[in-house]
Design a protein around this ligand. Structure first.
Ligand code: NAG
Ligand code: NAG
Length: 458
């Protein structure tokens, strides 16, 4: 949950560091050299003539569910798992009966690993998930442990395994490549969603351990990811670049800074309507694992000030009793949709600081929600409050009705307005499906705000 205090987050981090020290305390020079060599030889095939894509149907919404997820079929025979789509982390993991030490009640059965599916500690994929501290293996045939912690205080502890993923390619082929992923047997969940809406996380960052990077190494798709989340809920996700409408997309170079492990289009200046907000050089990242958008305190406060200044006091009054999100207003009668309030709010515009000055325009639908009580609330939150440091995180709410593309081969991020309820032509008949629609209104906590961004990876 995003509204917990920084103090408890720090506590968790300390705990995680402690666990990691106890997991990886043996150092071995030889093992390291060996891994280095292996890694070099595996990073070969990139942009050959592969033009196949895989498309997944996306389920979920920003409010009330607070996440978007896809169904992946893993194992033989294949079993379905619902995975949270997260461009803010690399590792894909599912809850696992290894046996399970701490699993939340999820929508599907736990994945059951077989011993021969374990990924070896010396495998380059194992090295690639251990980026923070130097990775070492005690003995050559050790298993590959992992521990991953998210900014919302969730975490997963487990072991890397390799198993078949059932993938329907847009060209009509059904393939079952063996891909490495995490078998998570000890999860801490931040929020009190019960039952949990997913069985794990689909990590789509730019690291080597993502399943898309593995698919590229197998020569099956390019390392290009696109998502299109509809404002009405649902949407689609694709791997590969055959569905990208290249000419209409606004492209910007991806900033790859070693301390920044997220997809970043660089720094931006902020405008509200046509007015500059006096905020420049804000470091921006895109994170599909965050339900809402987060600004650093200064930008957050300037944004609230700008929004309030424009509101007609007669028609919109603050509604502190509505705890859905921190800042809500009520009208003279309950609102049914954003269309009822859109006229009171201006678009927010991010102008990125590279030569072409690309714009990302976020309309009121991209930062407002209508609550079950019929009030309107701001879906941009105070990132400093949840320990995001100097990052401004563009979450799901602000990426709705946009196709957002992360081209890891060309190191570019792009976006284009799209109808996300309509699948791109070539994939319509072949979409992988099996999820369900919505989860009802079963959430009672202050607000559901999953955050996929990674704080630590050990
Ligand atoms: C479809 O694409 C996959 C992945 O690139 C490839 O292995 C397969 O041969 C292709 N099938 C056809 C019928 O072209
Ligand atoms: C945002 O969070 C920071 C850090 O917790 C706090 O100092 C500041 O008052 C908050 N701003 C608002 C408007 O809530």
């Amino acid at each position: 949950m995003a509204n917990k205090s920084l103090a408890s987050w720090l506590l968790l981090l300390l705990l995680l560091l402690f666990i990691s020290l106890s997991l990886f305390s043996i150092f071995s020079e030889a093992a390291d050299k060996h891994q280095h060599k292996k890694k070099q030889s595996s990073s070969s095939s990139s942009s050959s003539s592969i033009d196949s894509s895989v498309i997944f149907s996306v389920h979920g919404n920003v409010y009330p569910d607070g996440l978007f997820y896809v169904t992946l079929d893993i194992g033989n025979p294949p079993k379905p798992y619902y995975l949270d789509v997260d461009t803010g982390s690399d590792l894909t993991w599912v809850q696992c009966d290894a046996p399970c030490r701490n699993c939340f009640p999820g929508p599907n059965q736990l994945y059951k690993p077989k011993k021969k599916k374990l990924v070896n500690c010396e495998d380059p994929l194992c090295t690639s998930i251990h980026t923070i501290r130097k990775h070492t293996c005690g003995s050559p045939h050790e298993q590959c442990d992992y521990l991953i912690a998210y900014a919302d205080q969730g975490s997963s502890l487990g072991v890397l395994v390799k198993d078949a993923f059932n993938l329907h390619f847009a060209n009509g082929s059904l393939l079952q490549p063996h891909l490495a992923f995490g078998c998570g047997y000890d999860q801490q969940v931040p929020s009190i969603n019960s039952p949990a809406p997913t069985d794990g996380v689909l990590g789509l960052g730019y690291g080597k351990s993502t399943i898309i990077s593995q698919l590229q190494d197998l020569g099956l798709t390019r390392n290009v990811i696109g998502h299109c989340f509809s404002g009405r809920g649902g949407g689609y996700l694709f791997f590969g670049d055959s569905l990208v409408p290249y000419s209409s997309v606004t492209w910007t170079p991806m900033i790859r800074n070693p301390s920044l492990k997220y997809y970043s289009p660089g720094s931006a200046n902020l405008f509200f309507g046509n007015q500059p907000m006096g905020l420049k050089g804000l470091q921006v990242v895109f994170d599909s694992g965050s339900s809402y958008t987060y600004f650093v305190t200064q930008a957050y406060e300037a944004f609230i000030y700008a929004v309030k200044k424009d509101l007609p006091a007669k028609q919109l009054k603050e509604a502190p009793a509505d705890k859905t999100l921190p800042m809500c207003w009520k009208g003279t009668r309950p609102f049914k949709s954003i269309l009822d309030v859109k006229k009171f709010f201006k678009p927010l515009v991010l102008v990125f600081a590279n030569r072409k000055k690309p714009l990302l325009e976020i309309p009121p639908e991209g930062y407002l929600i209508i609550t079950s009580k019929g009030n309107v609330c701001l879906g941009i939150l105070n990132g400093s409050e949840v320990g995001l440091g100097n990052l401004n995180v563009i979450g799901d709410i602000s990426m709705q009705d946009l196709m957002v593309i992360y081209n890891n081969n060309k190191q570019q991020i792009g976006w284009v307005h799209a109808d996300c309820n309509r699948l791109p032509k070539s994939g319509t008949a072949l979409i992988a499906d099996g999820g369900r629609d919505g989860f009802g209104n079963s959430f009672t906590q202050p607000y559901v705000a999953s955050m996929g961004i990674l704080t630590d990876e050990l």
